[in-house]
Design a protein around this ligand. Structure first.
Ligand code: ADP
Length: 162
């Protein structure tokens, strides 16, 4: 085994927001490699396809050399085992995230005790932000430029004008 410190950052990213980017920047500071991995199997129908979500992530993390983009299906612990990842990043915005993340963390730890889960807080400018709010504002032609990268602004416009 080599000494490269690699972490995975799983999520829906429908689409990636500046809050996600903030977490990725903090993770990139801690780890040599960060793999942002898009969940294929989410309950509700996403606005963007997996490929579109991966493309927007790639464009939003261009400035971070150690960051890669991938996708997964099924349990995140199985993806972690398959790829040899021993650390997983999650973002914590407010207390409202805590209960869900706490439950998932304990389930993941039971399933894969060798994986360390790391929780990072974004800058307070992003603690109110999630992808759902961004999609809602964009649907009604609101300005989402304070919340997502210029590339994602463009992709949202293209998608919602169709
Ligand atoms: P959401 O909860 O917005 O649907 P994801 O499933 O894409 O988002 O989230 C992946 C991870 O990123 C989760 O750990 C989530 O808490 C975190 N995250 C989402 N939005 C933000 C944000 N604005 N700031 C910090 N972390 C965030």
């Amino acid at each position: 085994m080599n000494n490269v410190k690699r972490a995975i950052y799983p999520g829906t990213f429908d689409p990636i927001t500046l809050g996600h980017v903030d977490i990725i920047e903090r993770a990139a500071f801690l780890f040599d490699e960060v793999v942002v991995t898009v969940a294929r199997n989410i309950g509700k129908q996403p606005l963007f396809s997996v490929e579109e979500r991966m493309d927007m992530i790639r464009e939003s993390v261009r400035h971070l050399p150690g960051v890669q983009v991938d996708n997964f299906d099924g349990l995140i612990v199985d993806y972690a085992k398959k790829t040899g990842a021993r650390a997983m990043i999650r973002g914590l915005r407010a207390m409202s995230d805590f209960e869900y993340e706490f439950q998932m963390a304990l389930v993941n730890r039971t399933l894969y005790p060798d994986m360390v889960q790391v929780f990072l807080m974004p800058h307070e400018a992003y603690t109110h932000l999630n992808s759902t709010v961004v999609r809602e504002v964009a649907t009604f032609q609101g300005d989402v430029s304070p919340f997502v990268s210029a590339y994602v602004v463009k992709k949202l416009k293209e998608k919602l004008e169709k």
